[in-house]
Design a protein around this ligand. Structure first.
Ligand code: ZN
Length: 67
């Protein structure tokens, strides 16, 4: 509808439920580990810093020689 709302779509506004804040909170994505075949990110509550989850991102073929 309003295209101006989409100009920052690269910033993924992930929200996860935080037990401490008792609400769905915006999270900060932090690179936790570089693995041989991907990256492990963890998600921290933007408000209290509690770890709310993690995510493994596999490298695409061709990216594996970067490091
Ligand atoms: Zn929190």
């Amino acid at each position: 509808m309003n295209e101006a709302n989409y100009q920052y779509k690269d910033f993924v506004a992930t929200r996860l439920y935080c037990a401490k804040c008792r609400a769905s909170m915006p999270v900060v994505e932090r690179l936790l580990l570089v693995l041989p075949d991907g990256y492990l990110y963890e998600y921290l509550c933007q408000e209290c810093g509690e770890v709310l989850g993690d995510r493994k991102v596999s490298l695409k073929a061709g990216d594996q020689q970067l490091f």
